[in-house]
Ligand binder design. Sequence first.
Ligand code: MN
Ligand code: MN
Length: 238
Amino acid sequence: MFLHKAIPIHEVKVENRDPVFAEKLLEQYGGATGELSAALTYLTQSYHTENAGIRDMLQDIATEEFSHLEVIALLIEQHTERASKNLQDKAYQSTLFAIRGPGPHLVDSKGSTWDSRYVNEGGNVVRDLRANIAAEAGALNTYEQLIAMTTDDGTRQALVHLATREVAHTHMFMEALRSMDAFEKPQFGDLTPDGTVDLFFHLHSGNGADTRGPWNSEPEFRYVADPLREIEQRRGSH
Ligand code: MN
Ligand code: MN
């Protein structure tokens, strides 16, 4: 059962409407990193896990993402309202809203329709939670760009709230993975890895130093400076 209360999860109060900025906001309505993508992703994933706690979390967060979708819709509505047939009207500075009318549409900032391929879900809860950390990073990055571009304080405050919640969701997904001992360990599932699981192949050279760091050094990794030789040796040993 879904209940809806017409109370936005954060106040939406646009002082200086800007239909051209509203086009950019569409990225979080009908775009890849948008709130509809997030809501449908987490809701769908929730039916793929028998872990009651994780299912509960995914459904809570999915429902919150629908509340975010509502905030974006209200922002777009206010930024494009009072559109008239007057060509001097500010709404007509945006081709998209001049043609399609004011209010949100299920398109991204360039007018491409929302696509179900934006939904990243599979049959494994660890796989899904890892994808969600990446999805939240995408949403946070888009919000940072939008916050940098808005000149309206009410819009900025609402966007800072939505961005903050994506940080909170990232943290929840991280802790959920940790609770399953699946955050620190790169591997999950039933694979028995072969002997290359700790090898770093030095395959690209030039352009200055061959950088070393914890991603290719002891104790976690063995650096293979000459991968061709290593591959030949490995072939020979079979
Ligand atoms: Mn959100
Ligand atoms: Mn989120």
